[in-house]
Design a protein around this ligand. Structure first.
Ligand code: BES
Ligand code: MN
Ligand code: MN
Length: 457
């Protein structure tokens, strides 16, 4: 018997893509206060579509920040309930001058759709919506399973709103499994399930010296320079081999099981290709004794994102800045906790501070690392669904990135989580010219359709 939902999806592909473009035109940058209205507009756009396709109880749920978008359909008696999750907020588009076409004017080039949020995560969220629409349309307004769909507009800034909601109202998201579409495939054409994510703490480190900016000739030599102090602190946090020097930082770290490490060795990974095409630096760096995949999936890291302050205009200005700031984050792996990591970091920063300055650290947001168990029947349903679409066996990988709510779905909702993503390694998440490979948008939708059908079978 032909699959009516797949047939509907196939027939409506171009339409789905055009709708996604409209979604992408809304610059829902969650971290920039000026875009709060756009973030809300994207929430409204999504909610309207959820109503249109047939979800019920569709509403915006207010948080202290950007709203959540919720909808459900709970009439598949005796069938499991699937909680679908994605995020409709995006990263800032800068540096703007590196985009070949404007970030919020989606265009197709070479079978790719280019726009900020194309793959992270509006495109992947839209696949979920289109999969539900196809299932409704293919079977007279019914779904093969019960569905709750929750989307957030704060994932890229730590996801505090959804975290609070999940902890306060676990019964409102009651389900048997969560399907998260916000990760990548390990390689083109290779169906992939992600079974681990790093956690993180995102901090600001502020160094203050003199009471105000000073003439660097009149005071240089006697007044402390907060940027020099900041540089000293930063280089004291991590050595040249990428080893983090914060005492106790690695104490709770759990090494992946031997079987998992062995499986990573058989993944199709070419370090030189990765260096050239994805990283593009003269050499790769990192901790000695660990493979690249171990470094990005199973080891913590400490990175500096930016150092605002002082004189950064064109030309020269001779000034000793009164203060210097660094945005510093650390990625965490099982079984590290964000609370302990932050405590150890904050204390060590004070120890590293040279004389003449005061140092303050602030925690901006945090999320816990997760490994999801492969020991549940829904994993098998996902693998089968993807095999039908991609004609290949699924590989299991971890992701170096973070999706803070995933751990909380496990912890507070006690759900197995399926991380089924369709990004490609060169999609440029968070970077200029982010894209979504259009065939992946279509086959991803089909994979979700079959997964939901399998869950209901
Ligand atoms: N979708 C990514 C996370 C991701 C990417 C996981 C690729 C696995 C593979 C997510 O939108 C993201 O970027 N998260 C932020 C979270 C942070 C701001 C709390 C991240 O990882 O930097
Ligand atoms: Mn994402
Ligand atoms: Mn992201």
């Amino acid at each position: 018997m032909p699959n009516t939902a797949l047939a509907f999806a196939e027939k409506n592909r171009e339409k789905a893509l055009e709708e996604l473009k409209a979604f992408l035109r809304i610059p829902s940058v969650s971290t920039l206060p000026d875009h709060a209205g756009d973030v809300r507009a994207a929430a409204g756009f999504l909610a309207d579509e959820l109503k249109r396709i047939g979800l019920e109880n569709v509403r915006l749920i207010e948080t202290a920040g950007h709203p959540l978008v919720y909808g459900d359909w709970l009439h598949a008696e005796g069938k499991p309930t699937v909680l679908l999750y994605g995020h409709y907020d995006v990263q800032p588009p800068d540096p703007l001058d590196e985009w070949l076409s404007p970030p919020f004017e989606p265009v197709e080039r070479n079978n790719n759709l280019y726009a900020r949020g194309a793959v992270d995560d509006k495109g992947q969220l839209w696949m979920q919506v289109k999969a539900l629409e196809a299932l409704f349309q293919g079977s007279g307004g019914r779904l093969p399973v019960n569905v709750r769909m929750i989307s957030e507009g704060e994932e890229e800034v730590g996801g505090e709103g959804i975290s609070e909601y999940v902890q306060k109202h676990p019964e409102a998201l009651k389900a048997d499994v969560a399907l998260v579409c916000d990760t990548e495939m390990f390689a083109p054409e290779l169906p992939t399930l992600c079974v681990g994510l790093r956690g993180m703490i995102y901090t600001e480190l502020e160094v203050r010296g003199a009471k105000s900016d000073l003439h660097s000739g009149m005071y240089g030599g006697a007044a402390p320079n907060p940027f020099m102090a900041l540089a000293e602190i930063l280089t004291g946090l991590k050595d040249a081999d990428g080893h983090i020097l914060i005492p106790g930082f690695y104490d709770d770290l759990q090494t992946p099981a031997a079987e998992e490490l062995a499986a990573w060795k058989s993944l199709p990974f070419d370090e030189e290709h990765y260096r050239l095409t994805e990283v593009g630096s003269p050499e790769l760096v990192g901790e000695k004794g660990y493979s690249v995949l171990e470094r990005i999936w199973a080891r913590p890291t400490l990175e500096v994102h930016g150092m605002p302050g002082g004189f950064i205009g064109a030309g020269a200005k001779t000034v000793i800045p009164a203060k210097a700031l660094a945005k510093v984050s650390m990625r965490l792996v099982p079984n590290m906790t964000s609370a302990k990591a932050y405590e150890l970091y904050a204390a060590y920063v004070q120890k590293l501070a040279p004389k003449g300055v005061t140092v303050e650290t602030r925690l901006i947001h945090s999320g816990e690392p997760v490994v999801v168990s492969t020991d549940n029947p829904f994993i098998h349903k996902a693998v089968t669904a993807m095999h039908e679409i991609w004609k290949k066996d699924t590989v299991f990988v971890r992701g170096g990135g973070s999706i803070p709510i995933v751990g909380e779905f496990e912890r507070y909702l006690k759900l197995p989580v399926i991380l089924m993503g369709f990004g490609l390694p060169d999609d440029g998440l968070h970077a200029p010219n982010e894209k979504f490979h259009i065939p992946n948008f279509y086959r991803g939708t089909d994979s979700i359709i079959l997964f939901l059908e399998n869950c209901g079978a």
